[in-house]
Ligand binder design. Structure first.
Ligand SMILES: *Cc1c(COP(=O)(O)O)cnc(C)c1O
Length: 337
């Protein structure tokens, strides 16, 4: 695939059927609707078998590999690693997920349980990345990128097609933003189908790599900070090829939310919507609840991207306790106060 097209996104939908969940539920949120003053719907990607939307892109990429491919590799310890492990196992293909020695045992076990081989190398994400590239170059494994690859972006874009099928009257779509594979793919599909729809990327205030890149007009280095939205961390790659340009062309705006706003939004999703989700999934609600989307036109859809949250941290948040993430301290506040 040389360029992204609506046709590629529709083909991705057919390829992933039976592996990823398609036509995931789009459900009303009475609480967020009242808070925003317009209808708000939640697109529940947390029902994916791996707990997050990344299975769409990984399944689309892996299903397209030639039969003789000796296997796949990646270096994500989060939702992308889980997706690659699961999609490769479903195709009966070998998957090697590279990680550094610093990755907690629970994450390692989670990915191993999905059928992947785990390779522990070095003390940093860079060491893990180097091993993944070595496996690709020397052993012929196919490296599956987390966001900056067209088959992955086309896979995530299937969410945009579903939104337009489910509710063609949507006026605004809120998309959690990190490397931009999700926002780039959905934004592309939405704008092709309904050019005047508003597409807003939402991310955390500190360490927002795509936001910094869009302002600078090119990918820039950002310092990573620990966040409740841990799935939104990391850079976009200084040699970014696809997701930066797509986000530049398809996003109408990028809105930043604070850790306190994410904390309160996770509580609201839990107590009001009865949803257990990651911090990364709650950024849309955080933006709505903090009034940062003034003049918003509804109906609005917010993508609930995943549910793979650390349950100890999650319990602390819904109980209103303090949370400490590295040097990032978030003061507890009980829900409704
Ligand atoms: C990866 C991820 C995102 C962001 O997707 P990008 O394509 O990197 O922008 C959002 N939410 C969750 C739960 C994720 O795993």
């Amino acid at each position: 695939m040389q360029v992204l097209s609506l046709g590629e996104i529709l083909a991705a939908r057919r390829r992933m059927a039976g592996i990823a969940a398609v036509d995931t539920p789009l459900v009303p949120s009475p609480f967020l609707s009242a808070s925003a003053g317009t209808e708000v719907l939640l697109k529940l990607e947390l029902v994916q078998p791996t707990g997050a939307f990344k299975l769409r892109g990984a399944a689309n990429a892996i299903q397209q590999l030639p039969e003789e491919t000796p296997g796949v590799t990646c270096c994500s310890t989060g939702n992308h690693g889980r997706a690659v492990a699961y999609a490769a196992a479903r195709r009966g293909m070998r998957a090697v997920v590279c990680m550094s020695q610093l990755v907690p045992e629970a994450k390692i076990e989670g990915i191993r349980a999905l059928g992947a081989e785990i390779r522990i190398v070095g003390k940093s994400q860079d060491d893990a990345q180097a091993e993944s590239s070595r496996l690709a170059n020397e052993e012929g494994l196919s490296e599956i990128a987390p966001f900056d690859a067209l088959p992955v972006i086309a896979g995530q874009g299937t969410i945009g097609v579903e939104l337009m099928t489910e509710r063609s009257d949507l006026e605004t779509v809120l998309i959690p933003l990190s490397g931009g594979g999700l926002a780039g793919g959905i934004g592309f599909a939405l704008k092709r189908i309904k050019p005047n729809i508003r597409v807003i990327g939402i991310t955390m205030e500190r360490g927002a790599a795509m936001h910094a890149a869009l302002r600078a007009g090119r990918p820039v280095e950002v310092t990573e900070v620990e966040s409740l939205a841990d799935s939104l961390g990391g850079g976009i790659g200084l040699a970014n090829r696809h997701s930066f340009g797509l986000c530049r062309d398809c996003l109408d705006d990028v809105v930043l939310v604070t850790e306190e706003e994410i904390y309160r939004a996770m509580q609201a999703h839990y107590y009001e919507d009865r949803i257990v989700c990651e911090g990364a999934s709650a950024v849309g609600a955080a933006a709505l609840m903090s009034g940062k989307l003034a003049g918003l036109k509804g109906p609005v859809a917010s993508i609930i991207t995943g549910r793979n949250v650390d349950m100890a941290a999650f319990t602390a948040i819904v109980c209103g306790r303090d949370v400490r993430l590295g040097d990032n301290f978030i003061k507890g506040v009980s829900y409704g106060s």
